[in-house]
Design a binder for this molecule. Structure first.
Ligand SMILES: C[S@@+](CC[C@H](N)C(=O)[O-])C[C@H]1O[C@@H](n2cnc3c(N)ncnc32)[C@H](O)[C@@H]1O
Ligand SMILES: [Zn+2]
Length: 281
């Protein structure tokens, strides 16, 4: 675990300062947390487990697909918007960071800044811990009070992950930004029917704005469409890394994918939104 990120964190039990690094992290009151061999810190202790953690198979599919560079323009857009609006201070916190792919892209654009990847999936964190030399990774459930100091975050990333508006607001600096990426309503439209995928709620953008509304002010929306030409294997990875992985039978899916004409033409569609933190008054 990267010691440089500890000043941005707090003990999840008592809120105290954390110190340590290689093997274990301790707070001033003696609460201690193991650092896994793969480099992430296990701050979420006990039997608390979010059922929404990505599985090993989902993470493997995500690594495979993202390594192919198909979503690189999305990472570029996120990094560009983060760099354009980031305040001069504060860390970059990636909530539901997955493999840390987007956090890595943002840190590349913000030299000298540190990043914290937070996720409930250990499989994802094994990757996130190595995502960038200036990033540290830890197990956490975003629905719990975050083990992050109040006002310590300059850029908060939430890319296809759950959003805890109250906690996001608390940890952000007053001049910090929240950057949210969601799939657009027509994301992967061409695959929805043939493969029986879940559809994106057409009111998604509205719901995001509703949950953030009281504490965050919209500062811009950037839509992005990526026309992709994929092999059957790439389509399988794309489906296996997303929410439909929870609801589709892998065997049946394989059969349906094989029936598609190759290369498979599909449109990935996203919306990247930047929000400013509102005053608490
Ligand atoms: C669709 S993936 C996106 C990962 C990453 N942001 C990306 O774009 O590659 C959603 C991630 O959120 C994580 N997640 C789900 N529920 C969570 C929770 N309650 N707290 C923290 N992470 C969570 C999953 O384990 C998964 O890694
Ligand atoms: Zn403590």
């Amino acid at each position: 675990m990267l010691a440089d990120v500890l000043p941005y964190l707090r003990c999840p039990v008592c809120g105290g300062d954390l110190a340590g690094g290689e093997r274990v992290i301790r707070c001033t009151a003696g609460h201690s947390f193991d650092v896994a061999r793969q480099g992430y810190a296990g701050l979420l202790t006990g039997d608390a487990r979010a059922g929404t953690a990505d599985t090993a198979a989902m993470v493997a599919a995500r690594v495979e697909f993202l390594d192919g560079g198909h979503f690189a323009p999305l990472a570029d857009l996120i990094a560009e918007r983060a760099a354009a609006a980031a305040p001069a201070e504060g860390c970059v916190l990636d909530a539901g960071a997955g493999t840390g792919y987007h956090l890595g892209a943002v840190l590349d654009r913000l030299p000298g800044r540190y990043g914290v990847a937070l996720d409930v999936s250990k499989h994802a964190l094994r990757r996130a811990a190595r995502a960038h030399p200036r990033a540290g990774a830890l197990t956490w459930d975003v629905w719990r009070p975050l083990p992050v100091r109040t006002g310590s975050v300059g850029v908060l990333l939430d890319v296809f992950a759950p959003r805890n508006a109250g906690e996001f607001h608390r940890v952000l600096r007053p001049d910090g930004i929240l950057l949210v990426a969601t799939p657009a309503a027509h994301h992967l439209d061409e695959l929805v029917g043939p493969l029986g995928l879940l559809t994106v709620d057409p009111r998604k953008a509205e719901r995001v704005a509703d949950t953030l509304g009281e504490r965050f002010a919209p500062a811009g929306t950037w839509p992005l469409e990526l026309p992709l030409r994929l092999t059957h294997g790439q389509v399988a990875s794309l489906v296996a890394m997303g929410p439909s992985a929870w609801h589709t039978d892998p065997e049946a899916l394989r059969g349906r994918i094989t029936a598609l004409a190759e290369p498979v033409r599909v449109t990935a569609a996203f919306e990247v939104r930047v929000f400013d933190s509102r005053d608490e008054s």
